[in-house]
Design a binder for this molecule. Structure first.
Ligand code: PEP
Length: 251
């Protein structure tokens, strides 16, 4: 099964609207001409500028969070409709920073996943273990629980189009990347979990990204692994280096 690779940037809480126009204006020509899907997930306030800046290219814009209700008294939250109208196609759900700092649970993540799907937003569902869990040898067991939780009441047809991002917490923003063998082992485990829930067709088609200190020096090796279908890139997505990651085959 040949799955199209995806390289998605996660800007986190970086870049103002003006900086967005400048950075995407610079990166736009640099990321063109590859055979991967290129997505920039940007802060909510930057979405409109980002969508305008990449108009007419194949680059897609994603959001970093949304709420699971349609509308109403949820001060500070953003609804799926608002994102869709602004031109967003992807949505990061359950990033470890949101689980850690904003106490997002597997149940909330599942509600967001289902709401995103209902609005034709493609969820990029994040999972990943802490260093402590890795050292205890419970990585696969823990991630299996996160995946089962995220996909509750999601049909096979819906699941097939979701994206999963495996991001070991100890590798995010630390410069400490998982070895390609470690990343492959977990991505294979995630695909096996999806196979158990949904069967072969969904498991063979769903895309699983690796995230955690991906850079131009390690991208090619990571993305050559059988079960790694691209990357979710934090720090390096704010730099011209992101274009090198998109063109990882040439590295
Ligand atoms: C992320 O936060 O999704 C991430 C992978 O960050 P970094 O690449 O900076 O480790």
């Amino acid at each position: 099964m040949v799955r199209k690779k995806m390289i998605a940037g996660n800007w986190k809480m970086n870049m103002s609207p003006k900086e967005t126009v400048k950075l995407l204006g610079e990166l736009k020509p640099m990321v063109s001409g590859s055979d991967v899907d290129v997505v920039f997930c940007v802060p909510a306030i930057d979405i409109v500028s980002a969508v305008e800046t990449v108009a007419g290219t194949d680059i897609q814009i994603g959001a970093e969070n949304m709420f699971y209700e349609e509308k109403g008294a949820y001060t500070g939250e953003i609804s799926p409709n608002m994102l869709v109208e602004a031109g967003v196609s992807y949505i990061i759900i359950g990033h470890s920073e949101r689980r850690q700092y904003f106490k997002e649970t597997d149940e909330m993540i599942n509600k967001k996943v289902r709401k995103a799907i209902e609005h034709d937003l493609t969820p990029i569902i994040c999972c990943g273990e802490t260093l402590e869990q890795r050292e205890q040898g419970i990585t696969l067991e823990f991630i299996k629980k996160q995946i089962i939780g995220a996909f509750m009441h999601v049909s096979p047809e819906q699941a097939m189009h979701c994206i999963i991002a495996y991001e070991p917490i100890w590798a995010i923003g630390t410069g400490r990347v998982a070895s390609s063998a470690q990343a492959q082992e977990v991505c294979q485990g995630i695909r096996a979990t999806i196979r158990n829930i949904y069967g072969n067709q969904v498991a063979d088609q769903i895309r699983i990204l690796y995230g955690g200190s991906v850079n131009a020096g390690n991208a090619k090796e990571l993305f050559s692994e059988e079960d790694i279908d691209g990357g979710l890139v934090g720090g390096a997505s704010l730099k011209p280096e992101f274009a090198q990651i998109v063109h990882y085959k040439d590295l």
